[in-house]
Design a protein around this ligand. Structure first.
Ligand code: ASP
Length: 609
């Protein structure tokens, strides 16, 4: 080793010892001819003091040493003088008086400073990711990721799970996201698909009798990317045999809580996770990913306006819609601008009508007069209606009521937006809370209007609730599934289900999804066959590891916890992938490209991050 200790390891107990250290120049300062360098390595930082006359190789003078040079130093550990200790550094009580410096490598001036938290463009950070990763924030995020993953492995090992690797080159599936395809050289015209998840493999492992499987695994989905999506991402994937929903949920809850106890320092969380059905979540929060750190629940006000002659309300009700809304405490003081903002975002979400009502004045709500009501729809509202509204929503004077009149689908979408917006405007969101909830009983199917057919809400291996099987043939929209999601602060952390484990049940669901028997045999024959050899009842879950680590690291963007993420246009700016390949390589895999213009080189897309 070129070093006797790590820079961050030296303490007062080493005073008087000679040490040899190696690392990067984090920062240098010169004081009356003496050079102070914070030397950084993976273990931390230490101050080294170089006096004039110290020998060094290669460079003529210590003055030439700049930030990010790589040095080896030999010196003695000294206690720092009283008053000159640095409490920010774990090595702040000591310094190294250097006797010898060896420059192991020089460095260009980095494209951004490593020793400061400053705003750097995403493109520069991603292009020089290896330097970005030298910065404290990234270093600690990546170390946290390692610890979290190790913790998960140890926890599951302790519960008799075994980690089993599954193939990366697999079969393309007709359902789900778009696949990343890999052409086969030896089978001209045939393609592997990269796994969107190891779903089928883990179910097959249950048929094999392993009973408890897990894997920290890369998954690939060729989807349009957003801040919280990457074309390749990591899942904690697990599967268990002979279980029902509560067994899977219980185990995962214990795992999450054990992680929080260790790594979510400074946060508060609920000691057991409540369960909420999908229907309740949609009714009260307008989303299946509710943020429960604040109230602002949605209520149904349709009854109040049953006989209203306000067109917006009556026509929504006539069309089978409802009038739903949120009471925003203290919202009577919101400015016109804020209210217009709500209306604009409601329009973007597709709502025809969003009505706001501010209830002003002081005193009992029953005593309001029309003058206390401010609303663009005031001439269509009666005092009595507003009092009824207030009673249902528990509103007082000083509050704001926001109403949306439309189909449930639209009012949910709009009010979810309004709810989140209002919570942040009112500063109701406690950033030090983690509010977990299990969402259950999702619909088994959702109607895909583009393709005019049912598609699976979770995935096509998910079992229906026993009691709802009777609707499979008559009305698939009524069938609830045995799926569950774990949601925290409005984000889905993971999702899973109890699976179908019988061939005829699987065939029935495939049929409802419009997959012909022939296609079923071709694409899912292996699953259908496996189910014929004593497949045990089983179920599992997968968590988004990137999102979980981001949550624990207090980061919003999952790219902050991934060593080498891709841009929003799926480009790797370090290497420039994806890129052209040679004619020969294409020839080998039997692919010809029609128009070279259609191939975007990574450089062209760099702007689009
Ligand atoms: N394979 C599923 C997914 O990737 C998770 C599961 O059902 O276990 O979402």
């Amino acid at each position: 080793m070129l070093k006797s200790h790590g820079c961050g390891e030296i303490r007062l107990s080493h005073v008087g010892q000679k040490v040899q250290l190696a690392g990067w120049v984090h920062r240098r300062r010169d004081h009356g001819g003496v050079t102070f360098i914070d030397l950084r390595d993976a273990s931390g930082r230490v101050q080294v003091v170089i006096r004039p006359g110290v020998i060094s190789n290669e460079i003529e003078s210590i003055a030439n040493i700049r930030d990010e040079y790589v040095l080896m130093v030999v010196g003695e550990v000294h206690a720092r003088l009283e008053g000159s200790q640095n409490t920010d550094l774990s090595t702040g009580d000591i310094e190294i008086k250097v006797e010898e410096v060896v420059v192991l490598n020089s460095s260009e001036t980095p494209p951004f400073p490593i020793n400061q938290e400053i705003t750097i463009t995403e493109a520069t950070r991603l292009q020089y990711r290896y330097l970005d990763l030298r910065r404290d924030r990234m270093t600690s995020n990546i170390r946290l990721r390692h610890k979290v993953i190790k913790h998960i492995r140890d926890f599951l090992d302790g519960r008799n799970f075994i980690e089993i690797e599954t193939p990366v080159l697999g079969l393309a599936t007709p359902e789900g996201a778009r696949d990343y395809l890999v052409p086969s050289r030896v089978h001209p015209g045939s393609f592997y698909a990269l796994p969107q998840s190891p779903q089928q493999w883990k179910q097959l492992l249950m048929v094999s009798g392993f009973e408890r499987y897990f894997q920290i695994v890369k998954c690939y989905r060729d989807e349009d990317l957003r801040a919280d999506r990457q074309p390749e991402f990591t899942q904690l994937d697990l599967e268990m045999s002979f279980v029902n929903e509560s067994d899977v949920m219980q185990l995962n809850e214990e795992l999450i809580i054990s992680l929080l106890e260790k790594y979510a320092l400074g946060y508060k969380w609920n000691s057991s996770f409540p369960q909420m059905t999908y229907a309740t979540a949609m009714e009260k929060y307008g989303t299946d990913r509710p943020d429960l750190r604040y109230g602002l629940e949605i209520n149904d006000y349709s009854d109040v306006f049953q006989d209203s002659d306000f067109k917006v309300f009556s026509s929504a009700i006539e069309k089978g819609g409802r009038i739903r809304g949120i009471v925003v405490p203290g919202g009577a003081k919101f400015s016109r601008k804020t209210l217009d903002h709500f209306i604009d975002s409601a329009r973007e979400a597709g709502a025809g009508g969003l009505i706001w009502i501010q209830i002003n004045g002081t005193g009992l709500i029953e005593e309001i007069s029309i003058d206390d009501i401010k609303s663009p729809a005031v001439k269509f509202l009666s005092v009595d209606e507003v009092i009824q509204l207030a009673k249902i929503g528990n509103a007082s004077r000083g509050d704001l009521v926001i109403l949306a009149a439309d189909t449930d689908q639209i009012t949910s979408k709009v009010l979810d937006l309004v709810r989140r917006d209002a919570a942040s405007k009112l500063e109701l969101i406690d950033s030090k809370r983690l509010d977990f909830v299990w969402i259950t009983e999702f619909p088994l199917f959702e109607w895909d209007s583009d393709e005019s057919r049912w598609s699976a809400t979770h995935h096509l291996f998910t079992a229906p609730l026993d009691g709802d099987k009777k609707y499979l043939d008559s009305d698939p929209s009524l069938v609830r599934s045995r799926a569950y999601d774990v949601v925290c602060n409005g984000q889905e952390i993971g999702g899973g289900s109890i699976r179908i484990h019988k061939r005829e049940d699987q065939l029935q669901v495939l049929g409802l999804l419009g997959i012909s028997e022939e296609d079923a045999d071709e694409k899912f024959g292996h699953m259908l066959n496996a189910f014929e050899f004593g497949a045990p009842p089983h179920g599992g879950i997968a968590w988004g590891m990137d999102r979980t680590v981001a949550l624990l690291a207090g980061e919003h963007d999952i790219r902050e916890v991934i060593a080498f993420p891709k841009t929003k246009s799926a480009v790797d700016l370090v290497t420039g992938a994806p890129a052209n390949v040679s004619e020969n390589q294409l020839h080998d895999v039997h692919i010809s490209i029609d128009s070279i213009d259609e191939i975007n080189s990574a450089n062209d897309i760099m702007e689009e991050i």
